[in-house]
Design a binder for this molecule. Structure first.
Ligand SMILES: C[S@@+](CC[C@H](N)C(=O)[O-])C[C@H]1O[C@@H](n2cnc3c(N)ncnc32)[C@H](O)[C@@H]1O
Length: 265
């Protein structure tokens, strides 16, 4: 995997002749052949790794830094205390612990089910940290957008083996992410590439989604099993392809087999 990224990064750097040290210096490569190569490599790598389904509910800020690398650090450094980080599929809200200083951005975590913490622990955390909100026992798909936007603009959506890894409605979830994301915000995704079987998976959905662009950024270090995906909106109208779920297993996360349809939401 490290090798794969070294290769991708060398191609990328050679092509761009830039050092990707700052988020705003990164450029997107939608439709570029280098980007096609990158995505094809992601699909191949994910196919090799489908047997690995790492499950935990306690990834914190350090794990995000390790996995998402400099891109994460720069994006987080740019956040003001009025900006919002949204974590859909937040497990036991470990990430929230890394954002509890007075200067920290707002944080909204959504977890259908807690494993290690109790609802009382979470109520206590929220009392101590008014800039944080923990939504437990609700499906992200059902939470009104108005509630998610109530704290300010959502500048960063982090889906780390989160809702996209589990949902039976990936198109609807992706569309909702994009609708609530601020125009200058980012979505960082890790994990769900592993939870599709067959030729159509999340990458195919993303490739056919209109109104977004991908940011190719090498991971500084890979602690996980699948490449990162960073996306942002490009200002054009949003269109996400509909998918039909053909099959889903009982794994954690579940393996889904989907067919991408020719219509959009
Ligand atoms: C594997 S855990 C990952 C937790 C965290 N992101 C981490 O890396 O430690 C998946 C989390 O997603 C939640 N989840 C899955 N599907 C969801 C949905 N549709 N709506 C809300 N939460 C969901 C589960 O309850 C669980 O908290």
């Amino acid at each position: 995997m490290g090798m794969l990224f070294s290769v991708l990064y060398s191609i990328h750097s050679a092509a761009r002749n830039v050092t990707c040290s700052k988020v705003h210096e990164l450029e997107s490569f939608q439709n570029a052949s280098i980007f096609e190569n990158y995505l094809n490599e992601i699909i191949r790598t994910s196919a090799r790794n489908v047997q690995q389904r790492p499950f935990t509910t306690s990834r914190g800020k350090e794990d995000m830094e390790l996995q998402f690398g400099q891109f994460w650090k720069d994006a987080v450094n740019d956040l003001k205390s009025t900006d919002v980080i949204l974590e859909p599929g937040a497990g036991d809200f470990q990430l929230a612990l890394g954002f509890q200083s007075p200067q920290s951005p707002q944080y909204i975590g959504i977890s259908f089910e807690l494993i290690r913490r109790t609802p009382e622990d979470v109520t206590e955390m929220a009392k101590r940290n008014p800039q944080q909100e923990f939504i437990v026992g609700h499906f992200f798909e059902k939470i009104p957008k108005k509630r998610l936007l109530s704290r300010g603009p959502i500048k960063l959506i982090v889906d780390f083996f989160g809702v996209l890894s589990y949902t039976a409605r990936p198109s609807q979830v992706l569309r909702k992410y994009l609708e609530i994301l601020d125009d200058s915000g980012y979505i960082m995704i890790q994990g769900p590439l592993l939870s599709y079987q067959g030729k159509d998976g999340l990458v195919e959905i993303l490739k056919r989604t209109e109104g977004i662009e991908f940011i190719v950024s090498p991971s500084d270090s890979l602690i996980n099993t699948s490449p990162n995906i960073f996306i942002r909106k490009n200002g054009r109208p949003l269109r996400v392809p509909r998918v039909k779920i053909l099959d889903v297993d009982q794994g954690i996360p579940p393996q889904r087999k989907i067919e991408i349809l020719n219509s959009f939401i």
